[in-house]
Design a protein around this ligand. Structure first.
Ligand SMILES: Cc1cc2nc3c(=O)[nH]c(=O)nc-3n(C[C@H](O)[C@H](O)[C@H](O)COP(=O)(O)OP(=O)(O)OC[C@H]3O[C@@H](n4cnc5c(N)ncnc54)[C@H](O)[C@@H]3O)c2cc1C
Length: 326
């Protein structure tokens, strides 16, 4: 069902809510891909956001929530419905417990923690996107994920604002309960940190940032890794035997290993290309479309399935597709 004019009017009349019609989602995704959203809504305070969400839900049109758009593939047709973004971005602390709103940039939280002499997030330096999405997807790098520091998450369950403890968030590798409950919207999180010298934290963060910069130049239109890595323990014995020891890291086999084996590096489809130096990094060279991107993803999944009998799973999230991409 399209967004009804009365729904748009109700949204437009809400205080502290910014709306735009036909906003191009390509401007809101790092891939630079995606058609228009019928309505795009932003609110920075929880009550305005929940009111907007309520209008969206009761209006009957589809709706979805996005963050900074750094892990999204949005369809070329865009999103027929309402796209919402919570932009509250406050960060504060009491001793070694840091509070951050979901709309804060993860990098701002990392930098805040480092400056306060709080250890725990410095390996996440350079991961783009928001705190909310980092919790949703349990973001991480260099052997650590955000779940190691999360004490509690406040979220809106469609009726009220509740909090979940770390265990209740059901974190796993790039997974949380929020990935399965897409109707739950994260508002803020509390993270428990250790104390350390800021200079020491800054040095290790800067080192990581330089390594990341070489792999992901700041202007690269991509989503980081397209596919999740595979847990060694969950692979069939026959595959485990084929995987060289040197590629295994923290109990995981990089999906890049399988992708490289099937000739992914340097593959190209229109404006979309697989990096020559990293088989799990797909980027838009300019003018690429979601269709071209999805074709490459499907081709790579098919090659890995045929060769290894494995089903690669996307880390990236889809918006605006109706053909089973979620
Ligand atoms: C160059 C590059 C490098 C990257 N490197 C890494 C890496 O090292 N490690 C890693 O883990 N990721 C990495 N990523 C992926 C990306 O940075 C993370 O997935 C990030 O957490 C996405 O944040 P976002 O705000 O852009 O979310 P979006 O891409 O906008 O959304 C991602 C998902 O989060 C959901 N979401 C957003 N906000 C909320 C909320 N408030 N409540 C509930 N759900 C919400 C959305 O519905 C969507 O499904 C990389 C991406 C890029 C472009």
């Amino acid at each position: 069902m399209p967004v009804r004019p009365e729904t748009i009017e109700r949204l437009a009349n809400l205080p502290n809510v910014a709306i735009s019609e036909g906003a191009l989602l390509s401007r809101r995704t790092r891939f630079g891909i995606g058609g228009p959203a019928d309505v795009f809504v932003e609110a920075a305070d929880e009550s305005s956001f929940t009111r907007a969400l309520d209008v969206a839900r009761t209006g009957g049109a589809p709706y979805t929530v996005i963050g900074g758009g750094t892990n999204l593939i949005v369809s070329d047709a865009g999103f027929r419905g309402i796209v919402l973004r919570f932009t509250g971005a406050a960060i504060g602390r009491e001793s070694a417990v840091v509070h951050a709103q979901a709309g804060a940039e993860l990098q701002a939280l990392v930098d805040y923690s480092i400056a306060a002499g709080l250890r725990g997030l410095e390996t996440m330096t350079g991961i783009p996107g928001s705190v909310g999405a980092a919790i949703y997807g349990n973001a991480g790098a260099y052997g650590h994920s955000i779940n190691e520091r999360v004490r509690a998450v406040r979220f809106f369950d469609g009726t009220s604002i509740r909090a979940l403890s770390n265990a209740e968030c059901e974190f796993r590798y790039r997974e949380s309960v929020f990935k399965r409950r897409k109707d739950w919207i994260i508002f803020s999180a509390e993270l428990t940190m250790d104390t350390a010298a800021p200079a020491e934290l800054r040095n290790s963060a800067d080192e990581i940032f330089q390594i990341r910069l070489a792999r992901y130049p700041l202007d690269m239109k991509c989503a980081g890794s397209i596919f999740k890595n595979l847990l060694l323990a969950e692979l069939p014995e026959a595959i485990r035997r084929q995987v060289p020891e040197r590629v295994i890291r923290e109990g995981k086999v990089p999906s890049a290993y399988f992708l490289e084996e099937v000739g992914a590096k340097g593959m190209q489809n229109g404006g979309i290309r697989v990096a020559d130096y990293h088989a799990n990094l797909i980027y838009n060279q300019g003018g690429g479309t979601a269709r071209e991107l999805c074709e490459i993803i499907d081709e790579l999944k098919s090659r890995v399935r045929v060769r290894f009998g494995l089903e690669l799973e996307e880390e990236v999230q889809y918006v605006g597709f109706s053909n089973g991409r979620v």
